[in-house]
Ligand binder design. Sequence first.
Ligand SMILES: [Zn+2]
Ligand SMILES: [Zn+2]
Length: 321
Amino acid sequence: MADNVCVPLLEVRPEGLYCPAGDFFIDPWQPVDRAVITHAHSDHACPGSKSYLTAAPGAALLRARTDPDAPIESVAYGERRTIGDAAVSLHPAGHILGSAQIRIEHAGEVWVVSGDYKLAPDPTCEPFEPLRCHTFITESTFGLPIFRWPRETDAVAAIHAWWRANIDAKKTSVLYAYPLGKAQRVLAALDLSIAPIWAHDSVERYSAAYREQGIAIPPQGPREGASLIVAPPGYEHRGRVSTALVSGWMRIRGTRRRRSLDRGFVLSDHADWPELLRAIDATNAETVWVTHGFRAPLVRWLQEHGRNAVMVEGHYEGGES
Ligand SMILES: [Zn+2]
Ligand SMILES: [Zn+2]
C-alpha cells in the first residue's frame, strides 16, 4: 500500500463515531458491541452496550450512569491496549473525574478524540494532557470568542461573598450545579468554615465515587439547618432562599433572568474559546473535526488560520456545563 494513502481511523455511523481498524465506537449514542467511553456524562455514556472500556478513575461513575451489571473494563491513563488492529490509550481530559481523551494509532496514523475537556486547573480531576496527532476531534461547547472564563478563585470568591450576604439577610443559599462534575468541583472549593452545607442526594451519589478515588469532597452534612445547599437545577427549597447557578452559560446575558435566578457564577468544566484554540494548536493536527456546541464559528476560525477543519454531526446534548 502506498504510504500517501491516508486511512481514516474514524467514521461517523448512525450509532456514533466508529473505528473500523479496532471495530469499536467512541461514546456511541446507541447500544453497540464495543464502546470506548470518554466520560460518564449522559450524552457520552449511553447504557445497553455489550462492553465498555473507560479510564479507571471514572469506572464507578460510568457504572452509576449505565447499570450496576454493565460490563465495564477500565484502564489506567496512558496504558496501551490493542483492540483489533488499533492501539488505543486513554489520557486525561481535565473535564470531570475519569474523563479521557481517546488516542488511536493505526498504520502510522494517530487520531485523538478529546471528549469534553478543559485546560483550567481543577483539583477534582487529572489535568488535561496535550497529545500530538494527525487528526484531532474536538468538542466546541463554548466555541465562540465571547466565552472567556474568569479564574476559578474569582468565581469562588464571588460565591462566598453571595453566601455571606445571604447569611446576613437570613436566607438559605441554594447553589445550582450540574450534579456530576460541577457540583463536586464547587464542593471541593467551598470554605466550610463559613457555615454548614448540605449536598442534594443526586450530588452525593457521585461525590461518594469521587471520595473513593481520594478526592477531598466534604461530607453531605444534615439538611436541617444547612446554610448553603448544592443541588441540581430545578431543586426547590422551602423558606427564604437566594438562588444561583454555576455554569459557563452564565456568561451569556439574560440567562439569569430567563431562569429566574438571583445570581449566576461563571465556572465551566469545558474549555473556553482561548483554551480551545490553545489545545488544538498543541496537537499540531493537520485536520480537526469539530463536534458539539458552536461548531461553525470554530471551524471557520480554524480554516481561516490554515487548518483543515470540518464539522461533524453529534448527539452530544447533555446539558452539563
Ligand atoms: Zn461532559
Ligand atoms: Zn459533552
